[in-house]
Design a binder for this molecule. Structure first.
Ligand code: N15
Length: 318
């Protein structure tokens, strides 16, 4: 199957920092055999052989899939295998200007060690003089927030299915000590079978705090402890999961308000109200996720076991 991720292009387990001298990037070959070139000059130690270096020449580039602050994303196909991917092109000059090279490197490092059916895969990266290229999994059904806009809201089966997939992905991240911190519909894509894929469009780096200081983004998904400037841990993701579940069911986030100040106020008070169409069991789950005290929030294991999730979710397709 041409578009099943992970079968042809395998990400290298070891990714070197972007600006390091680049002779030993461990790049996995597309076809074993084609790519092993020669061993390095200093072979007295057991250094690995030099593998194929990826470049833009290995891909046919197709239509743009999206625009971002630092560059655009294009549909692309690896020439030898015809494997379809999304390539994100980042301009080094813009990365430098914004001072985010370090963050990018960190994010690549984190992302390259994640492999889960509901986390968008980073297969590889390469660079030329002016640009950095990220070879990402292609999500054929596109952006989830567009689906949400088209449908206004999702029914309980669809919401429970997405919630189960999100929760299993977050459980995987947390087991690797990665906190996502930027869960929202805009960061989610849909796979071939309509299954959810978490994709980071911002920089969801997991160093504590400092991030998200710019107030340009939405505040709707911020947990009280981040608003109140307290220390936070992986339980911020559980709060955001509650906000996401509400937005799927209702069509807008729970603490939406005219001004940022009002949103802040509603979040810190946990001013939570449901429209009448939301079922009791669904309300029960959301209410248990949106607890002011992080330690009172339902654990991810208990989300997976929640009766409303169990009774409503559709069987896994991935
Ligand atoms: C720093 C780095 C390691 C993080 C890597 N992650 C990102 O850069 C996050 N990112 C993913 N940024 C852009 C994308 C992205 C990947 C955007 C769009 C797509 C994508 N894969 N597939 C798509 C996609 N498929 C579509 C189908 C129909 C319409 C639009 C589509 N976009």
């Amino acid at each position: 199957m041409a578009e099943e991720p992970g079968r042809v292009l395998k990400p290298g387990r070891v990714l070197k920092p972007i600006n390091s001298s680049s002779d030993t990037d461990v790049l996995q070959s597309v076809k074993p055999g084609v790519v092993l070139t020669q061993a390095k000059e200093n072979t007295s130690d057991a250094s690995p052989p030099v593998r194929k270096e990826w470049s833009l020449r290995d891909f046919d580039i197709g239509r743009p899939l999206g625009k971002g602050k630092f560059g655009n994303v294009y549909l692309a196909r690896e020439k030898t295998t015809k494997y379809v991917v999304a390539i994100k092109v980042l301009f080094k000059s813009q990365l430098q200007k914004a001072g985010v090279e370090h963050q990018l490197r960190r994010e690549i490092e984190i992302q390259s060690h994640l492999s889960h059916p509901h986390i968008l895969r980073l297969f590889q990266y390469f660079q030329d003089k002016t640009r950095v290229y990220l070879v990402l999994e292609y999500a054929p059904k596109g952006e989830l927030y567009k689906e949400l806009m088209k449908n206004t809201r999702f029914d309980e089966r669809r919401t429970a299915t997405y919630m189960y997939q999100m929760t299993s992905a977050l459980k995987y991240c947390h087991s690797k000590k990665v906190i996502h911190r930027d869960i929202k519909p805009e960061n989610l894509l849909l796979g071939l079978t309509g299954d959810l894929k978490i994709a980071d469009f911002g920089w969801s780096v997991h160093a504590p705090s400092s991030r998200r200081t710019t107030l340009c983004g939405t505040l709707d998904y911020l947990p009280p402890e981040m608003i109140e400037g307290k220390l936070h841990d992986e339980k911020v993701d559980i709060w955001s999961l509650g906000v996401l579940c509400y937005e799927f069911l209702v069509g807008k986030p729970p603490f939406e308000a005219e001004s940022n100040a009002d949103t802040y106020r509603r979040i810190t008070k946990v001013d939570l109200q449901f429209p009448r169409h939301v079922s009791e069991p669904a309300k029960n789950l959301v209410s248990q996720l949106l607890k002011h005290d992080p330690n009172q929030r339902l654990s991810l294991d208990k989300v997976l076991e929640h009766p409303w999730i169990k009774e409503n979710r559709l069987p896994s397709t991935s």
